[in-house]
Design a protein around this ligand. Structure first.
Ligand code: CP3
Length: 321
């Protein structure tokens, strides 16, 4: 489940009462504990590294912070071509070695029970925070830059792509067994602009990674991007809930496994309703390979019993474990 390690679990909240989000990320023992919590509690079929798509920004010297309850903040946003020269040269091992230590520690603790997924954001999606300075309502700085000086923005995205390659290779070398790329803001773009702006840095990342591990590409609000997504050299395409998987399959063909796409809101209903929706999802995803998942992050107020009903229904479905 997306965001399975996190706020809907009381044992996660207990840790966050004593410390803060970035400290958990920076401390391999805590990141390990939080990564393992949903594996122990729910029996999910894979662990996802506890980290954040914005952590790589720490090596650019832009001042990343997560205020309690306010989401990410970037002290020195990058908003124009001239700002690029102010970025520090990335030094992934020096500044992000704690993530690789966490990966090694999680692999040791998991001891082969389930695989570990590493991840990063796509450059376009990371830029949606780096350019805006945090979560944004209008994305006016990013969109403004993209129309005013697309070449300048492309240089930032390329820089983020190179940093992301080093970051992901570090995760893979430390033991991540699959990589998921999150393009949570890809849907802001029409297909032509997505191809022009968001796609080239993604291709650069995938080429840099090589075929070392299976790759999963997540897009939110990307139903209009499917013809472009179908051409991506990834193993798994992960989509949100706005379109049935069977329709996604029609556009994407049989070359990729699909991942998703239960509405996270469905986990706020009754456990019976969760089971019924999950069975319908499994039916919709039949044929061609399907990894049952949510269509976006699990909501913090989700009852644990409902997350459990989702997992149990998927695992009892007779599908391959
Ligand atoms: O189980 C997991 O999925 C593991 C870890 C994980 C986190 N963030 C931890 C986190 C993953 C895979 C992410 C990805 C991420 N981070 C994305 C892509 C997926 C998506 O949700 O679209 C994005 C856009 C971010 C950026 C981000 N991080 C935002 C906007 C916020 C604040 C709002 C929010 O959704 O919570 C965060 C903070 C964050 N990252 C939390 C967690 C558990 C919440 C911290 C807290 O308050 O406890």
């Amino acid at each position: 489940m997306m965001r399975q390690a996190g706020r809907f679990l009381p044992e996660y909240r207990a840790i966050l009462e004593r410390t803060d989000f970035l400290t958990v990320c920076h401390t391999p023992e805590l990141a390990t504990e939080v990564t393992l919590q949903p594996v122990r509690r729910l029996g999910v079929d894979a662990a996802i590294l506890f980290a954040d798509i914005l952590l790589p920004l720490e090596t650019l010297g832009v001042g990343l912070d997560f205020g309690k309850g306010v989401g990410p903040r970037i002290e020195r946003p990058v908003r124009r071509r001239e700002d690029l020269s102010g970025l520090s040269a990335p030094a992934v091992d020096r500044d992000l070695g704690y993530v690789f230590d966490a990966v090694r520690s999680i692999r040791r603790e998991l001891d082969g029970q389930v695989p570990l997924i590493g991840f990063a954001g796509t450059p376009w999606t990371v830029a949606a925070y780096l350019v805006e300075g945090g979560t944004s309502k209008y994305h006016d700085h990013l969109l403004g830059w993209s129309y005013r000086d697309p070449q300048g923005l492309a240089r930032l995205l390329e820089h983020l792509a190179d940093l992301t390659v080093d970051y992901l290779l570090g995760q893979v070398e430390a033991g991540a067994q699959a990589i998921q790329l999150f393009d949570s803001w890809g849907g802001l773009l029409d297909l032509e602009r997505w191809r022009a702006l968001a796609l080239p840095p993604v291709v650069r990342i995938l080429e840099g990674l090589g075929n070392r591990v299976p790759t999963i590409f997540y897009v939110r609000g990307g139903a209009h991007l499917l013809t472009g997504l179908a051409e991506l050299p990834v193993d798994v395409l992960s989509v949100d809930w706005r379109q049935p998987l069977s329709q996604v399959r029609e556009v994407v063909g049989t070359g990729k496994v699909l991942q998703g796409n239960l509405d996270p809101g469905a986990l706020l209903g009754t456990p019976d309703e969760v089971r019924a929706r999950t069975r319908a999802l499994l039916e919709d995803g039949r044929g061609g390979g399907h990894i049952a998942n949510l269509g976006h992050g699990i909501l913090p107020m989700t009852p644990v019993a409902n997350a459990q009903a989702f997992v149990d229904t998927v695992q009892g479905s007779g599908g391959r474990r």
